[in-house]
Design a protein around this ligand. Structure first.
Ligand code: KG4
Ligand code: ZN
Length: 344
């Protein structure tokens, strides 16, 4: 099955051609990130205007790179939500129009289901991961743990009580005077810093909950910065490294708690923008028991928002749900997290 996929839920405009859920024939992304570097976050109206400018060149770019013609495309997939409404409308309108004009079936994909499928991109379809899988999805808008029994079925076993992990990186970067998005800029600023220079609280440490809480870490950073006064470069490096370490350790801590709660788990997948973090990757590899297979998206570009993951999710939806994968959908900014997977 060859799918043209479109993702436009935030500040990235993306299109990809995916074959059989795993093979990425093209993956084109245009980002308006630079426009928001100094604003501390995305301005929704500006992001939507950029989407309008980028959507057609990006789609044509993906078709050209894959040397695809319309009669070789079996279906169109698009992120239906959640996200910024203006941005989502641009992608879904384009997808609806293309599907109508070229007589292709249309598949609306939950953004989180896309992230959950991103670990299949670039894999050999003959040796797929084995369910049940515990998936941690950590991005700018969500941080949640799923127990998945198939591509489309499973349950949400943990989520954040306040900020998302990526949001904590973004807000921390803003407090430190570093550009958006915060994850990469904190990693860069902290690369030479000491991760143990500043002590941060350990959220929810004496509980067995599988939930997360990041707002206390952000508040602790604010107070440390206030007490330090003027920040020298060396202090920023140590603060960035210590804050990054504290955020990553909280994710690792809750992940280990999840494995204790579900000892039958054989595989752990870490997805979403925060899964690009190198410190997180090495801390997880060092902490997870050796019988558990740990997978991250194969390429860094599959961690942050991209259309390839939407095409992959759509393919597996068709495999598992049949005609239901093509059901009519609305474009919605707030789509409940629980709608990403069907419960058993
Ligand atoms: O998945 P994504 O591209 O968009 C959402 O669905 O939100 O994730 C974006 C988030 C941002 O908050 C960004 O700071 C974070 O992912 N991020 C990172 C890294 N790269 C992106 N966080 C930590 N380390 C990174 N290397
Ligand atoms: Zn995302």
């Amino acid at each position: 099955m060859r799918i043209l996929a479109i993702e436009s839920s935030c500040d990235e405009t993306a299109a990809a051609i995916i074959r059989n859920g795993c093979t990425v024939e093209s993956n084109v992304i245009s980002t308006s990130r630079q426009a928001f570097e100094q604003t501390g976050g995305v301005i929704p109206e500006d992001a939507a205007r950029r989407q309008v400018e980028c959507i057609l060149p990006v789609i044509h770019g993906a078709m050209k790179e894959a040397e695809a013609t319309w009669n070789t495309i079996d279906a169109i997939a698009v992120t239906k939500g959640p996200g910024l409404l203006g941005s989502l409308l641009v992608g879904t309108m384009a997808a609806r129009a293309i599907a109508h004009i070229h007589h292709k079936p249309l598949i609306g994909v939950h953004h989180t289901l896309g992230h959950l499928s991103s670990t299949w991109l670039g894999l050999d379809p003959q040796t797929p991961p084995t369910f049940p899988i515990l998936s941690l999805s950590a991005s700018g808008g969500h941080t949640d743990v799923w127990l998945r029994t198939s591509h489309t079925k499973g349950s949400l076993i943990g989520r954040t009580r306040d900020d998302a992990a990526g949001e904590a990186f973004d807000k921390g970067a803003s407090l430190l005077g570093l550009p958006y998005p915060g994850g990469p800029s904190i990693s860069k600023a902290g690369a030479e810093g000491n991760p143990h220079a500043y002590k941060f609280p350990k959220p929810l440490q004496h509980t067995e909950t599988l939930e997360f809480s990041f707002s206390g870490l952000k508040t602790a950073l604010r107070y440390i910065i206030r007490d330090l006064g003027t920040l020298q470069d060396e202090m920023i490096a140590d603060l960035a490294a210590s804050y990054e370490y504290a955020l990553c350790m909280h994710l690792v801590d809750r992940l280990i708690q999840s494995i204790r709660t579900y000892p039958e788990i054989q595989e752990i997948h870490i997805v979403g923008g925060v899964s690009a973090n190198n410190r997180l990757r090495s801390l997880i590899q060092a902490s997870v028991p050796s019988h558990v297979t740990v997978r991250f998206p194969h390429q860094l570009s599959y961690c942050t928002d991209n259309a390839a993951m939407i095409g992959s999710a759509a393919t597996f939806m068709v495999q598992e749900l049949g005609q239901d994968a093509y059901e009519i959908f609305e474009t919605v900014a707030s789509l409940p997290l629980e709608h990403a997977l069907k419960s058993e």
